[in-house]
Design a protein around this ligand. Sequence first.
Ligand code: PRX
Length: 590
Amino acid sequence: MNYPTIKKSEHKITPNLPDYEEAYSNFDWEEMKKEIHYFEDGTLNAAYNALDKHKGTETENKTALIFIDTNNKEQTFNYGDLIKQTNQFANTLKSLEIKKGDRVFMFLPRIPELYISFLGTLKLGAIAGNLFAAFGKEALEDRLKDSKAKVLITTSELLERVNEVKDQLPHLKKIIVTDAAGSTPFKGTGGSIEPLSYHNLMSKASEEFECAHLDEDSPSYMLYTSGTTGKPKGVIHAHGDIVQQHLTSKWILDIKPEDIYWCTADPGWVTGVVYGIIGPWSNGTTQIVHGGRFDPDTWYSIIEKHKVSIWYTAPTAIRMLMTKPEILEKYDMSSIRYMASVGEPLNPEAIVWGKKHLNLPIHDNYWQTETGSIVIANYPSMDIKPGSMGKPFPGIEAAIIDPKGIELEPEQEGDIALKSIWPSRMKMIWGNEEKFKSYFREAKGPQGIQHWYLTGDKGKKDTDGYFWFIGRDDDVIKTAGERVGPFEVESALVAHPAIAEAGVIGKPDEMRGAIIKAFIKLNPGFEGSDTLKEEIQQFTKKQLAGHAYPREIEFREKLPKTRSGKIMRRVLKQEELGEDVGDISTMEEY
Ligand code: PRX
C-alpha cells in the first residue's frame, strides 16, 4: 500500500530548526561548537554541559527530573540538586581512588542513583558503563571482565546476580549498593569485596567538585553491543560527542527548556544515555523517568498528569498501544506537541495511527550505538514520507553504496554508509582495533578516494533524498528494538546440559519486529518436549537477559553446517521463511 506524504505539520511553536535544507547546505560543526561550553583552556566535560553550565542561571532552580517509581510514587530533582549530588558522587569515586580512564559500571534499574552516578563518573573523567538491569550472570561477567571495571554500582536485589560472578572479576575493587545502610550484611557476598553503602559514601562527600577538563576525544561512556560473531564489543564514546548530542536533541527532538520531555528508553542502551540523560539536560528541559515496566494505562496517565509535550519512544511500544484504542480514549493526550521514534523500522500504519489518534505525525529517526547520536531523521520542518527514516543530519553525508564503495543511484538497494567523521562517532572498540577497522571501507570512486563508515544495514535512497531502511546485512537480531547477537544466545544455549548444538535467527514478528527463534540439536538421551523448551527458556533468561531468550524453540535431528562445522543461520532463516535455500553444496550435514 502507498501512503501519502504527510505535509510538514503546522507547528504551534516554531521548531528549533525552521528550515532543514537551509541548515544542511550551510552547516559547519566548528560553528556549532559555540553552543557548547568549553573551558578557557579549550577542554570540555559532557557532564558540565548537561548540568553545571546551568548553575547561576534560572535553570538551576528548575525541575530537571521527575522520577516515577514502580509504585507510581514520585520524586523531583531540580538542576541544582543534580549538580550537588553528581559532585558528591564524583568526590566519592575520588575517595575510592578512582582515576580518569578507570571504568565505573552501573548495574541499575531506572532509579535516580543511575542518572546521578552516570554523570558523576563523567565529571571525574572516568568511563561510565551501563548494564541493563535484566542482564543475567553470563552477560554481566562478559562485560565486566572485558572492560576490567573497577567499580560497580548496583542494588541489593541485583547484587545477588553480581555475587555469582564476582570471583571471576579480578579487576573489580569496589561494589557500591544504592539501597542499604552501611552496616547491613549482604547475603551470599563471600569473596573479598565488602559492598559499600551509596548513601553512607554520599553523605560524607562534599557537594563541591570541579569537573575534569578533558579533550574532545577523552572517553566518556562505553556500551556493549552485539554483532554477528563473538562476544559483545565495548563501544567507546567521548566527551566531544556532546556537540552532536546537544544539537540533535535540539533540532531533531525539538527540545526546548519549557518542554516536559519523556524518552522511554533505558540507559542500558544508547538511546537512554544520549536522549535520556545528556542531550535533554544539556538543553535545559524537564525530563520524566519512569522506573516501571511498559503498561498502556500507566504510560498514558503519566503523559496526562505531567503534561508531557515531547515523547520519544520505540515502534514496538507504539504497536502495542495501537492494539488497545479503548485505553487511549480514557486519557487526554493534548499536551503532546511532538513525537519521535527510534530503534527499528516504524511501520507506516503507526504514523497514520499517530496522525489519527494524537493528531501528530511520528518522526522516525535512525542511528546506532556506534554513531553516538541520530544520523538520519525526520525533522519538524520537513514533509514525512511514512515508512522512511528521513534525511541525514546536517554535517553528515549518508549514501547507499555497493560492495566496492561506489555510490548507487536513487532507488537502488545497497549498504547504508556514512562519510568521514562526525563528532559523536565511536572513538574505538575497547581492546579490539581490528573490529573497529572493520567498520570502514575505503573506495576509489569517480571523485577519488572515499572513506566510508558502514552501518551494517541495507537501505535505499529515493529521488527526493529520503532514506528507506530495508534490513540488517548481518545476523544481528532486533527484538522489540533491542539488539541481540545470535552468537551470545547460541553460547548461552549450549551451556545447557541437554543441548548439543544451537542455531539462532530473528523470525519476523508483527509486534516486536522480530523474535528470537532457536533451532536445537539435543544431546543423546534427551527428548524434546514443551517442558524442556520452558526449562531452556528460563535457563537462557538467567544466563543472558530477560529479553534475549528464544521465544520459539524447534528441536532438530541435524542442523545445517558448513564443512568447517559452522552452523548456517542463513539456511535456517530461509527455511523458516519458506524461501529457496539456494546452493547448499558446501554443507556438511543435511
Ligand atoms: O538496524 C538498525 C536499527 O537498529 C540498529 C542499531 O541498534 P542499536 O545500536 O541498539 O541502536 C539503537 C539506537 C538507535 C541499526 O543498525 N535501527 C535503528 N533505528 C532504526 C533502525 N532500523 C530501522 N529504522 C530505524 N529508525
